[in-house]
Design a protein around this ligand. Structure first.
Ligand SMILES: [Zn+2]
Ligand SMILES: [Zn+2]
Length: 280
């Protein structure tokens, strides 16, 4: 008799359970996990390395199983724990040469041995995943999203972008699991206490996606292959999970969109990990 363990070898991609989890999502810190029972990766390290190690341990995920961290851009809410992850855990970190330049000029203590440069829009392989980085518009020297394939399962993570352009749209539309920003409620931002220049920056094509922008894009592009939508990177001061869901529900209702029984929508917590989301 063949044991379950033998069936679940890393080469047997189709049989492996794939789990996604958000450890933290929002303007105070971003870190996401994707992996199977053998190995996994992190996307961004925007909370302390101590918190990342603790959250993974709480979920019975060993730090040794993490094969690398993908970095989207140089803002502190995406790289806060990167220095220690490279120095103490010797974790390889993957991003474009331009983003490395923007990270390394102010923060020089990243372990040089852990620097891995990746090209834009060319597939590379890590931990059994086929991964492609694609550019998005945001107010950093360069910002990228990630499209990650495990067998026929496709995950797109795109958390900081002012608008969805022709380059990023196909990666977002192709996802089975989509992690997409829904940063601010337009009315809360307008009526809030931020100075005008900051409101303008957030609303611009190089800022963040508002709830209506994200909801309209999803209403335009929802399809049966999109199983799970995770709404991410909520603003602390200009949004609430309730506002995000209400905007999406109203937009879908106005368009007559009804989710099929397999489709799920989650709003990711700002400061605490979500449950593991399984992609069967
Ligand atoms: Zn951010
Ligand atoms: Zn950012």
């Amino acid at each position: 008799m063949v044991s379950k363990r033998l069936l679940l070898t890393p080469g047997n991609k189709e049989l492996m359970k794939l789990n996604f989890c958000s450890l933290s999502s929002g303007s105070s810190g971003n870190c996401y996990y994707l992996g199977n029972e053998f190995h996994g990766i992190l996307i961004d390290a925007g909370i302390s390395a101590t918190s990342i190690r603790k959250f993974l341990k709480d979920m019975d995920i060993s730090m040794q199983s993490i094969m690398g961290v993908l970095i989207t851009h140089n803002h502190i809410d995406h790289i806060k724990g990167l220095e220690l992850l490279t120095r103490k855990n010797s974790l390889p970190a993957f991003t474009t040469p331009k983003i490395w330049e923007s990270i390394l000029s102010p923060q020089k203590r990243i372990s040089r041995d852990c620097i891995r440069e990746i090209p834009l829009q060319q597939m590379f392989h890590l931990a059994g995943f086929d991964i492609e980085a694609f550019p998005v518009t945001h107010d950093a020297p360069e910002t990228i999203g990630f499209h990650i394939c495990a067998g026929d399962r496709k995950i797109t993570i795109v958390t900081d972008l002012g608008h969805i352009c022709q380059t990023s749209a196909p990666y977002i539309k192709a996802a089975n699991l989509l992690v997409i920003e829904s940063n601010y409620d337009e009315q809360m931002l307008e009526n809030g206490r931020y100075p005008y220049f900051l409101k303008a920056r957030i609303r611009s094509d190089h800022g963040h996606l508002g709830n209506h922008q994200t909801a309209e894009f999803l209403a335009d592009n929802i399809n049966d292959n999109l199983f799970h939508i995770c709404l991410a990177h909520l603003s602390k001061n200009n949004n609430t999970p309730e506002m995000v869901l209400q905007t999406l529900e109203q937009t879908f209702l106005a368009r007559g969109i009804i989710l099929n029984g397999r489709q799920r929508i989650s709003v990711l917590n700002r400061n605490t990990p979500t449950d593991l989301i399984s992609l069967v």
